[in-house]
Ligand binder design. Structure first.
Ligand code: AMP
Length: 186
């Protein structure tokens, strides 16, 4: 299995975020799960990539030229795909991975997970999407989506399709048990 991880290009201000990213990376490496990620060496991105590599796993990075040129790319990856722009990057990551998860992060992380979540809703792919909810990080966001369901903008099934994980085992079990929702406009 290849899992795309979207996560902060910073590490946050609590050591727990880095610890949980490292733990997840080690679990991937020890269980034959390959990592697909944004290709950077900074923040939680660098931490999880290093952890997967150090535990013998494979790591595929997908980085746009302009970030590579600023020397932000991780140089020790199994393979680094250098793409033209952010659009190509997201498409390539989505093609390579069998499932997607957001760890704590910022605006970039949200944008990436919401895109693949939207694609799942439209039936563009049938792959699972997850939030790795370290210390309740994503609770306020999930509350917002619950408001969208309550106000009739989102069907309950598109909230229910999300794998909400707090441990590596939750994540992988949730991915393995995943059944895609009905397409929105089918
Ligand atoms: P953010 O959550 O705003 O820190 O952005 C993190 C997401 O945006 C990552 O999942 C990456 O795909 C992308 N990203 C942001 N900064 C970088 C960087 N310096 N190198 C590679 N990817 C980055």
């Amino acid at each position: 299995m290849k899992v795309a991880v979207y996560c902060g290009s910073r590490s946050g201000n609590e050591p727990l975020y880095a610890e949980k990213a490292k733990e997840l990376g080690e679990f991937f490496g020890n269980n034959g799960i390959d990592l697909v990620f944004g290709g950077g060496h900074v923040g939680l991105m660098g931490i999880i990539a290093d952890a997967v590599l150090a535990s013998g796993g494979k790591v595929y990075g997908v980085i746009p030229e302009h970030l590579r040129d600023r020397e932000l790319a991780h140089t020790g990856l199994t393979e680094l795909f250098v793409v033209k722009d952010m659009h190509e990057r997201k498409a390539k990551m989505a093609e390579l991975a069998d499932g997607f998860v957001a760890l704590p992060g910022g605006i970039g992380t949200l944008e990436e997970i919401f895109e693949v979540w939207t694609w799942a809703q439209l039936g563009v792919h049938q792959k699972p999407c997850a939030f790795y909810n370290v210390n309740g990080f994503y609770n306020p966001l999930l509350e917002m989506v619950k408001t969208m369901v309550a106000t009739g903008f989102v069907s309950q099934q598109y909230l229910d399709m999300i794998v909400l994980a707090q441990t590596p085992t939750d994540l992988v079990d949730g991915f393995r048990a995943y059944a895609p929702p009905q397409e929105k406009w089918a």
